[in-house]
Design a protein around this ligand. Structure first.
Ligand code: SF4
Ligand code: SF4
Length: 386
């Protein structure tokens, strides 16, 4: 069986040693900077330029995917956050309506992005028209091709659809989002002259994404980071995980992402005011040795559960199960509390994959070098979602 990353690899990844991690886990919470609403002072707002778009976006943006309370989104805009991200499919199509209503009074001050899953130009354009209706706006600032995993999924037809939408004034800039296959998608985005790439980037990835982010920066393509805090955990990991969260682990994770100047903005999922107030503190805050220790502790706590979709699974499932995808659907359902989103994605797989049961296997050739307990987690996904 493959071993999880060694102590040496922790250092390479820029995180503290496990000994320090344990200390962080057991020690009392380090004091957090005072939240803006408690002091009455406005929060520090810092902006970066989103590549060649020239848009000035706040370092901390707002991922709306799992937000159910419109007032939290409005409050973020009131505080000065100016980048908001949604997608046509979020919350079974309801998220855009919520986001549009929440930001109605702020539309001219903000950068609004949405995404289309369609695989053909016709499907994507129909999604865009519906997005504009639900968002209650004439245009979106960035329109992403949603969740592309390979260069082949950024077809010339889809690129033409994006350019046509731009000519019609329905979008300002074109982008692509990617959960996996970054090594393929990022170069394709540069070659196909997309303006923005929205990609997974967090501390569990160490320095693996640095060359890709540097290439985007050099090409003038804006980079937006998602899944910034490696959220999502099983019930078993929850106690340790929540302790770390209370200790400032979520803020530390966001600060880790913002250490990289190639990242223009971030879209952490935010569901309540407390989370908003914590995340907003990442702007203007430095990443400290205490943050390093916290993240190393979090990495240990989530290791058996958290799939970063790195694409480095050793071995493949002989039944064709897309392991990383199924683990992502489980993260939606179990870690983010978005059961419908996880199940919708699971049920969208072809029937022959939906019907696979890991319980029927006596052995499994799939191993995760990052330490995810793959078979256990796949069984849990099938138990919850099939
Ligand atoms: S299971 Fe492990 S190796 Fe496979 S994609 Fe997830 S993190 Fe990477
Ligand atoms: S245990 Fe699951 S992932 Fe492994 S071979 Fe069987 S069906 Fe495939």
């Amino acid at each position: 069986m493959s071993k999880p990353r060694s102590r040496r690899e922790f250092i390479v990844a820029g995180l503290a040693l496990p000994v320090a991690a344990e200390a962080a886990l057991e020690s009392p919470p380090p004091p957090l900077p005072a939240a803006a609403p408690e002091t009455g002072e406005p929060p520090v707002i810092r902006k970066r330029t989103l590549g060649r778009t020239g848009l000035e976006v706040t370092e901390v943006g707002f991922g709306c995917m799992i937000t159910s309370d419109a007032s939290v989104i409005t409050r973020a805009a009131d505080l000065g956050i100016n980048y908001f991200d949604t997608a046509r499919v979020y919350q079974s199509g309801n998220n855009e309506r919520l986001v549009g209503a929440a930001l109605k009074g702020h539309r001219k001050e903000i950068v609004l992005s949405t995404k289309a899953k369609g695989g053909t130009a016709e499907e994507a354009r129909a999604e865009l028209d519906e997005s504009l209706t639900q968002l209650g706006t004439d245009y979106v600032d960035i329109w992403y091709l949603h969740a592309r995993s390979s260069a082949d999924e950024i077809t010339d037809d889809l690129r033409e659809a994006q350019e046509k939408a731009r000519d019609e004034g329905k979008i300002r800039f074109a982008g692509v989002s990617t959960h996996k296959g970054h090594e393929d998608v990022v170069p394709a985005a540069i070659e196909k002259k997309l303006d923005v790439v929205l990609m997974t980037y967090n501390f569990t990835m160490g320095d693996r994404m640095e060359p890709l982010l540097a290439s985007l920066r050099e090409a003038g393509v804006g980079a937006v980071a998602m899944k910034t805090q490696a959220g999502g955990r099983s019930d078993e990991a929850k106690a340790r995980y929540e302790k770390l969260t209370a200790n400032g682990g979520m803020l530390a994770a966001l600060k880790w992402v913002l250490r990289n100047p190639a990242v223009a903005t971030t879209v952490p999922s935010i569901t309540d005011i407390a989370m908003l107030e914590e995340n907003i503190q990442a702007m203007g805050a430095s990443f400290t040795p205490a943050d390093e220790a916290l993240l190393a502790a979090r990495l240990e706590a989530i290791r058996p559960d958290y799939c970063s979709m790195c694409g480095e699974c050793e071995g493949t499932c002989p039944k064709g199960l897309p392991v990383a995808d199924v683990l992502r659907y489980l993260t939606y359902a179990e870690g983010y509390g978005q059961f419908a989103l996880g199940r919708d994605n699971f049920l969208a797989m072809p029937r022959e994959l939906r019907d696979v049961r890991c319980d029927d296997c006596t052995s499994c050739p799939v191993r995760c070098p990052q330490g995810v307990e793959v078979t256990r987690r796949l069984r849990r996904a099938q138990e919850l979602l099939a």
